[in-house]
Design a protein around this ligand. Structure first.
Ligand SMILES: Cc1cc2nc3c(=O)[nH]c(=O)nc-3n(C[C@H](O)[C@H](O)[C@H](O)COP(=O)(O)O)c2cc1C
Length: 402
């Protein structure tokens, strides 16, 4: 099979060096990558680096190798164009259809999905001109990844940082996996909330009651939603996974903290997907000091109290009309029957039912599930990567959002 052809556009931002890592990941995972830098980008990373790492010449102007008509051919044959970093200037040119170098010409001739990963100072990002350009590009179907918050050039911090190249690579992978379907970013303009990970209910300053969830399924859902154009809030409970590119990550420790964060984010959300493993119970009493082992004494039995049922609460009190609520049911036995009963009890629109065990689902890269719909539908999802299950969930959500 031919290798998927990827155009990596690099514009003149300080984060251009991070595109080398993205290039490496793309080539090492079997993509044929053509780097198209802008003239400004070459001030940051030279042509030799791009050519050597990609195995192709890296030209900036339309006037080189004219007999091959590169200003048209490169875009026409691409399966994906990703621009990382995308400067404020490049976004403006793309939004207005300028074509004064090879990269901007390529953007006009490409008929494949296009991903922009902007990076710039917060002021440049927040400027109405940039925001309008981003909105224009999104309206036309491009995926524009929200920049991360963190250290910028010099001593500044704020929103505008290029997300981790490994996570931009994950967006590219997800977009390529969707093929031509990715041309319609079906969650563009939507705000979705995803909870992920497992809550920890403290017993004393050093101990907690927790569960085995790593957050992989929720993070896969967040990544998939970004790749489909959504604004994503990821409420993450105790996960050590890297922040997905483009998602706004809110941290939570306990079920109570997760509830507060989800309810806040859900206020203007089109869909809420509760993939986190939330503790049903918490210790009735929190010991201020470490619980000690006493010679000759058995430990006191552990008294537990119920935690609020977040899924039932957001299902019953939808923050906005038409909001879609999705739950997850991790069952160890009688999986489908328990799932159906749970769907009825919780009142959500969709319930993803999967079987869990010590070495099954938790922490794994794969999953197998059935998605039950309140309308009586059943969508089996065969054994496969958690990203594929995530896309099935978003297919069902997008259909319900209309
Ligand atoms: C040191 C330095 C760092 C810069 N970093 C950024 C950046 O991160 N994002 C951005 O939008 N512009 C940045 N600029 C400004 C762009 O390089 C400038 O707008 C340029 O015209 C962009 O050209 P291009 O879009 O054709 O690559 C930076 C400029 C300098 C000198």
């Amino acid at each position: 099979m031919d290798k998927p052809e990827v155009v990596l556009g690099v514009s003149g931002g300080i984060a251009a060096y991070k595109a080398c890592e993205l290039l490496r990941r793309l080539t090492e995972s079997g993509h044929d990558v053509r780097v198209v830098p802008t003239a400004s980008a070459l001030h940051f990373v030279g042509e030799a680096t791009w050519s050597a790492l990609s195995g192709h010449p890296a030209t900036t102007e339309v006037w080189e190798s004219v007999h091959e008509v590169p200003h048209v051919r490169i875009g026409q044959s691409a399966d994906l164009v990703v621009i990382a970093p995308a400067t404020a200037d490049l976004l403006a040119k793309a939004a207005h259809g300028l074509a004064d170098d090879l990269l901007t010409n390529t953007l006009l001739t490409a008929r494949c999905p296009v991903v922009f990963a902007p990076a710039m100072h917060t002021e440049m990002w927040e400027h109405p001109a940039t925001q309008e350009n981003v909105a224009t590009l999104r309206r036309r179907g491009a995926i524009v990844i929200e920049p991360a918050v963190g250290r910028l050039t010099g001593v500044d911090t704020g929103k505008g940082r290029l997300p981790d190249p490994g996570e931009i690579f994950e967006v590219c992978r997800r977009v390529l996996a969707r093929g031509t379907e990715a041309l319609t970013a079906d969650l563009a303009g939507r705000h979705v909330v995803v909870s992920a990970g497992g809550t920890r209910e403290p017993l004393d300053p050093v101990r907690f009651l927790g569960n085995r969830s790593t957050g992989r399924q929720g993070y896969a859902l967040a990544r998939a939603a970004v790749a489909r154009g959504a604004r994503v809030t990821l409420v993450s409970a105790n996960s050590e996974l890297p922040d997905p590119a483009g998602a706004d990550v809110v941290r939570a420790g306990t079920a109570a903290q997760l509830r507060e964060a989800v309810l806040k984010a859900a206020a203007d959300a089109d869909a809420v997907v509760m993939a986190a493993a939330v503790a049903d119970f918490r210790p009735a009493r929190y010991a201020e000091g470490k619980i000690k082992k006493r010679e000759g004494q058995e430990p006191e039995p552990l008294a537990l109290v119920r935690n609020p049922d977040i899924l039932a609460e957001i299902s019953a009190e939808r923050a906005r009309p038409g909001q879609i609520v999705v739950g997850f049911a991790a069952e160890t036995d009688d999986v489908l029957a328990n799932g159906r009963a749970k769907l009825a009890r919780k009142g959500c629109d969709l319930l993803v039912v999967n079987e869990v065990g010590e070495h099954k689902t938790f922490g794994a890269e794969t999953n197998e599930a059935v998605v039950l719909g309140a309308d009586g539908t059943e969508t089996p999802v065969p054994y496969g990567p958690k990203g594929a299950l995530a896309d099935t969930v978003w297919d069902l959500v997008a259909r319900r959002l209309g």
